[in-house]
Design a protein around this ligand. Sequence first.
Ligand code: FMN
Length: 148
Amino acid sequence: MNVRIVYGSLTGNTRRVAEAIGKELAVLPRAAKEPQSLEGGDLLFLGSGVYGGRPAGAVRRLLNAATSLAGVKVALFGTYGGTPNQLDWMARAVQEKGGEVLGRFSCKGRDWFVLGLVARGHPSAADLSAAAAFARQARERAGQAKRE
Ligand SMILES: Cc1cc2nc3c(=O)[nH]c(=O)nc-3n(C[C@H](O)[C@H](O)[C@H](O)COP(=O)(O)O)c2cc1C
């Protein structure tokens, strides 16, 4: 199974979650700002922080640029200070391009927008191990779907 991890992270929180997923699955995460396409492959972990209710610009651009995500299973992940509604934005974009959202994971991420006062200490060790468990489950689900 071809598994990829792509993330947008302005202050490092989502990058840490991406790294925890990558460590669990032995896959190197790639920053969304690097030139690439989201098309192709079996399972895509796509992550972002939330900025004004939307995902990072680099993630928005990659999703907007994709012609078709048909056949791609997408596991969304993200970090947030208040509400992880970037995942709604991302789910809608993935589905509009014909991709299938397998599941979502989110945890708090220390919020530098409010001077680091909100969600201090996150992502925590417990958050990162929950992210690793999510990664295992998503890979299992994608593998089952492939065998069916
Ligand atoms: C400019 C800016 C805007 C933000 N806007 C939101 C928001 O609309 N909703 C929210 O829940 N958190 C918001 N946050 C908090 C971040 O989403 C949170 O800290 C997240 O973990 C950042 O991810 P990153 O470190 O991967 O960039 C904002 C943070 C910044 C710096």
